[in-house]
Every structure is written in structure tokens, then in C-alpha cells.
Design a protein around this ligand. Structure first.
Ligand SMILES: [Zn+2]
Length: 100
């Protein structure tokens, strides 16, 4: 019966170790999941400027450049269709989701 007790003790240690490992594994898994959940979704905001011809026959979009404002006349460019002045019609932002 002494042997039984010894084996029982061994099993207990083994079981405890196994349970502890399982708990540690569970905790690390939960932490990982929580980290992934709290990780903010990467969002990039792109700002665009829409340039339009004063005669409304041409429109193009480019990245926003500091100094752009609605109504601003583009000095170094003219309409490719009628060679009239181009002005900034709209400025808008777009959210772009980046893959982590
Ligand atoms: Zn034009």
C-alpha cells in the first residue's frame, strides 16, 4: 500500500504540472486574443484634392498638398482639353485600412 501512495503522489505532481501548464497556456492564449482585439485597426487617412477646369470639361484627382484650398487656381497647370484655368473644386479625405 506504500507503493500505491507513492504512485498516487507521482500522479498528483504530474497532474498538477499538467494543469499548471494548461492554465499557463490558456492565460497566454487569452492574453494573445485580448491583445489582438485591443490592437487598433490600422487606418491611414489619405487626403485628396480634386482639380477641375473652370469650364467643367476636365477633372482630376491628386494627393493633397499643403497649401491647397477650395477655389485655389492652379498656377502651373492648365486644362488639357481647353487650356483654361484649373481650380481646386473639392478636398476630401479617405480612410484606408491597412493590413496588419
Ligand atoms: Zn477645360
Amino acid at each position: 500500500m506504500v507503493n500505491d501512495g507513492f504512485i498516487g503522489f507521482q500522479i498528483d505532481i504530474f497532474t498538477i504540472t499538467l494543469i499548471m501548464l494548461l492554465i499557463l497556456f490558456a492565460i497566454s492564449t487569452i492574453l494573445n486574443v485580448m491583445q489582438q482585439r485591443t490592437k487598433p485597426v490600422r487606418e491611414k487617412v489619405n487626403t485628396y484634392t480634386v482639380i477641375s477646369c473652370v469650364n467643367n470639361d476636365h477633372e482630376e484627382r491628386r494627393e493633397f498638398v499643403p497649401g491647397d484650398y477650395v477655389g485655389k487656381v492652379i498656377a502651373n497647370k492648365s486644362c488639357p482639353k481647353c487650356e483654361s484655368e484649373l481650380y481646386i473644386k473639392t478636398i476630401y479625405s479617405e480612410k484606408i485600412r491597412e493590413k496588419p
